[in-house]
Design a protein around this ligand. Structure first.
Ligand code: F6P
Length: 351
């Protein structure tokens, strides 16, 4: 600070929680204190913390012993200040009232989209850290939380294999991934799935049945089918039902259950014994794996550096094995979907 005062940095976590958030918070605080003499304030429940001035102290002791704990000690919400009356003005008012000089926003496309607008349109000095188990944020090769979610899904698929084989069943496993099929593809590849359905690749029920039949022709009487929750199942009589929508306009897909509908259709058309398992929020909960803790720590460290350098409107990112920073706008423009050539890697293993 030009007046010699230590920078006071707000930290918030927005959107769906994700293993590794606490490791980022810890790194922002510990590195900010030890290298730059910064002080920190925890803003509670994402953007709501600034809208309603909900905060908590965030010193070195507050972040002790949290690197291995899932979720976020700052709580989270899907609050969108641009949907609240006088939202941006209230956020800026909260920022000033809390005596902040900078903000570290840890979130996915929605949280960082808000950060980008508040920075660009209202001059809020903020730095972004990309988070999502879905791994669908542009400008970064990976987000922390993804690796843990893939491992959880893979462990579940491994377990389903033995019970599927014992009963000659078709097991449909629905995993998270609202718009992008990264979790389905990676867990399906690692878990030896017989078919993987993701939002990016149109696949018919006939395709799934063909894979199951080809296995059966080889005497493999069970099958594992992995499907992303965001996969659009084309059934003539499909009735999606009521969809609750959040403040960013996203349908709460987990309530709709593509996995169950696919399992029902496969059972009806093949006569095989078919079951669905929806992994849901289990994929987001619990302890982050070592890779996610390390990526989160590297992101948090770079975020503290960007704040100290006064380089706002930037997001930390992983490119190759390097931590870099990119304009926030680059991260939120469009989602990073699974490229077709990556999906093609799995195809020879189907059926
Ligand atoms: O964005 C991460 C994510 O876990 C998606 O995979 C999923 O569709 C969504 O969040 C679920 O949101 P909620 O926790 O609000 O049900």
């Amino acid at each position: 600070m030009s007046d010699g005062r230590a920078m006071r940095v707000g930290v918030l976590t927005g959107g769906g929680d994700c293993p590794g958030l606490n490791a980022v918070i810890r790194a922002v605080v510990r590195v900010g204190i030890s290298r730059f003499g910064q002080t920190h304030v925890g803003l509670l429940r994402g953007w709501r913390g600034l809208l309603e001035q909900q905060s908590r102290p965030l010193g070195a002791d507050d972040v002790a012993g949290i690197v291995y704990i899932g979720g976020t000690i700052l709580r989270s919400s899907r609050t969108n200040p641009f949907k609240a009356a006088d939202g941006p003005a209230r956020v800026l008012g909260g920022f000033r009232a809390l005596g902040l000089d900078a903000l570290v926003a840890i979130g996915g496309e929605d949280t960082l989209g808000v950060a980008n607008r508040l920075h660009g349109e209202h001059g809020l000095p903020c730095v972004g850290v990309p988070k999502t188990i879905d791994n669908d944020l542009s400008a970064t090769d990976y987000t922390f939380g993804f690796s843990t979610a893939v491992q959880i899904a893979t462990d579940a698929i491994d377990r389903l294999h033995t019970t599927a084989e014992s009963h000659d069943r078709v097991m449909v496993v629905e995993v998270m991934g609202r718009h992008a099929g990264w979790i389905a593809l990676h867990s399906g590849l690692a878990g030896n799935a017989d078919m993987i359905l993701i939002p990016e690749v149109p696949t018919t029920v006939d395709d799934v049945i063909a894979a199951i039949e080809s296995r059966r022709a080889r005497g493999r009487d069970f099958a594992i089918v992995v499907v992303s929750e965001g996969f659009e199942l084309a059934l003539g009589e499909e009735a999606a039902g009521e969809r609750d929508v959040d403040e960013f306009g996203h349908a709460q897909l987990a309530k709709i259950g593509v996995g169950q509908r696919l399992a029902d259709e496969l059972g009806r058309r093949t006569g095989l014994d078919t079951r669905a398992t929806v992994l849901g929020h289990v994929q987001r909960g619990g302890t982050p794996n070592a890779d996610d803790r390390i990526l989160a720590t590297r992101f948090g460290t770079r975020a503290a550096e960007l704040v100290a350098e006064g380089r706002f409107g930037r997001m930390v990112a992983l490119q190759g094995d390097d931590i870099v920073d990119v304009p926030l706008a680059d991260a939120v423009g469009e989602l990073k979907l699974v490229p077709l050539e990556r999906y093609a890697l799995a195809v020879p293993f189907f059926g």
